[in-house]
Design a protein around this ligand. Structure first.
Ligand code: PAN
Ligand code: ZN
Length: 194
């Protein structure tokens, strides 16, 4: 049978505002992470307690055109990390390996400045600078977390396979082997290994 779309011109299902990366579509999901959702992520427990639990640290807009876990599809998202610090550690995402660990991902900087923290299975950690126009290929097997090192919001886009999934537990249990902290007014990668 002929596809119903044969010889028709249809409305574009998704659009992106190039000035800020905002996605519009009928089906955008919008998870929000507040301080209270980020227990055990930041090092300074006292500074963490002093921040209002309802303070929003980051938000995601994503389009999932196929169901999560389906092989062969792609997901598209934008993350906004608000500026700020817990003690001297910058606001950042939880970070994860992909559940299907070999799955890769692209990130690209849209607004603000920050760092993409990357860690391999041997716990070697390094960082790439993020800024409007920066483009980042995150290989499979690499944990990734983003950090807002600026004074304005950091926004970046992402595209990842629909069967990648997220393994947050590994990072919840063992963290990254380095943290991005402000030292003498500048971001510095500080090892957490003793
Ligand atoms: C991104 C991230 C997003 C939020 O879309 O999921 O930036 O970070 P966390 O998932 O670590 O909270 C991505 O990497 N997807 O695979
Ligand atoms: Zn990812």
């Amino acid at each position: 049978m002929k596809n119903k779309k044969h010889l028709t011109i249809i409305d574009t299902p998704f659009t992106v505002d190039y000035s800020n990366g905002n996605i519009s579509s009928k089906s955008v999901i919008n998870p929000i992470k507040k301080i209270k959702d980020l227990q055990n992520i930041f090092e300074d427990k006292q500074a963490f307690k002093n921040i209002d639990g309802d303070k929003i640290i980051y938000e995601v807009q994503a389009i999932l055109p196929v169901e999560e876990g389906r092989e062969g599809g792609l997901f598209y998202g934008k993350t906004i990390i608000h500026p700020g610090k817990v003690g001297n550690e910058y606001f950042m995402t939880k970070g994860h390996f992909h559940k299907k660990i070999d799955r890769a991902e692209f990130y690209w900087g849209i607004e603000g400045e920050g760092m993409l923290l990357l860690m391999d299975k041997n716990r070697n950690t390094w960082a790439e600078k993020m800024y409007p126009g920066s483009l980042h290929y995150i290989n499979g097997y690499i944990a990734h977390r983003t950090v807002n090192t600026g004074t304005t919001k950091l926004s970046f886009g992402a595209c990842w396979p629909s069967d990648a999934g997220h393994n947050y537990q590994e990072i919840m249990d063992n963290g990254f082997s380095a943290r991005l902290k402000e030292v003498d007014g500048k971001p510095q990668l500080i090892s957490t290994q003793l």
